[in-house]
Design a protein around this ligand. Structure first.
Ligand code: TXA
Ligand code: MG
Length: 313
């Protein structure tokens, strides 16, 4: 841990587990190091990073204002999978925020992430530790698949627990808006934040979160999403799979039927397994949206499908 913390302080790139997905950490206030991180991931410079701090006190130097709701949310959800977007202080480099006047901040709950942040003693910017547009890593092996040779180290903490990225909540504009659904759901936020609304990819108007583009989180094989009543979906998927198979194509079938939390935890590993198996296409059933985590799963599957959706009535 001391070696990893020293590496971060010297501007190195250290991948580490959080409770959501593995992050690729870098000293957040070191603009040159942050540019190296963008290069290592192949990430477009207009996609801002989340700054990770050990506790809510770490937020103070990074923000220009701290509405009282921040402390209410922090007391309830930090450490945990909630990212807050707030007006930034001049301390935060443009490289981190992609030139926006806001900064995204979270306090991760994973004990390894906590220990690393405490040992480093600096704010750590950390996007998911995947190559741009690949599924986020939920195991150390996924990080190495994408980034071996491009980063300084990875701390192996086993499989992550949540499996999908943190909820991103924008508090910087008038109405609080969830830009990316995650394990902290609208239903959980509403008692503290009655006017919170869903937003993000489907919101009209200017893009508030530049990273929320379609064709994100994608396996290499094209993924088609099947939506509708389960019998019709399975029927249609079987027909399409048989047709593809008859045409000599290798097909991967993703039919989540578990508890939404289990589906979320396994989703990205499953997409990577299809790539490793060399399938030509993936057919995926959209699981019913019951609770909030199922909404996060549906959101990631829709992005992976990038518009290839079959409605089965
Ligand atoms: O769970 C997570 O959040 C993981 C772990 C490592 O903490 N991190 C993660 O980072 O998913 P990344 O870079 O893959 O996704 C960050 C998201 C992007 O959609 C980005 O556009 C959004 O947060 N974001 C960052 N700064 C923002 C800002 N100032 N305003 C709006 N959205 C922002
Ligand atoms: Mg990412």
């Amino acid at each position: 841990m001391a070696t990893a913390a020293a590496c971060l302080r010297q501007g190195g790139l250290v991948a580490f587990p959080t409770e959501t997905v593995y992050g690729l950490g870098v000293a957040a206030l070191d603009a040159a190091a942050v540019r190296r991180l963008f290069a290592a991931k192949g990430r477009p410079a207009d996609d801002p990073l989340i700054v990770h701090v050990a506790d809510a006190a770490g937020l103070a130097p990074l923000v220009a204002e701290r509405p009282p709701i921040v402390d209410v949310l922090a007391a309830r959800f930090w450490p945990g999978p909630l990212t807050l977007v707030l007006r930034r202080s001049p301390l935060v480099p443009d490289e981190v925020t992609a030139g926006l006047d806001t900064v995204a901040i979270r306090v991760p709950a994973h004990p390894v992430a906590q220990a690393l942040l405490v040992a480093a003693g600096i704010p750590v910017a950390a996007p998911s530790a995947n190559l741009f547009s690949r599924p986020s890593p939920t195991r150390a092996g996924h990080v190495l698949e994408d980034l071996d040779g491009r980063i300084d180290m990875v701390i192996d903490g086993g499989a992550t627990q949540v499996g999908v990225e943190s909820t991103v909540l924008d508090l910087s504009a008038g109405v609080p808006q969830v830009l990316r659904p995650g394990a902290v759901t609208l239903e959980m936020l509403r008692p503290l934040l009655p006017d919170v609304r869903a937003g993000g990819v489907n919101a009209s108007g200017p893009q508030r979160s530049p990273g929320l583009l379609d064709r994100h989180y994608s396996p290499r094989a094209p993924l088609t999403l099947y939506e509708g009543a389960v019998e019709r979906v399975i029927d249609r998927m079987r027909k399409d799979a048989e047709a593809a198979h008859a045409a000599g194509r290798r097909v991967g079938l993703l039919i989540p039927d578990a508890d939404p939390a289990v589906t979320a935890a396994r989703l990205y590993a499953a997409l990577r397994e299809f790539d490793a198996a060399g399938v030509d296409e993936i057919l995926a059933r959209l699981p019913p949206t019951t609770d909030g985590l199922s909404q996060a799963v549906a959101d990631r599957l829709r992005r992976a499908a990038a518009g290839r959706v079959v409605h089965c009535g």
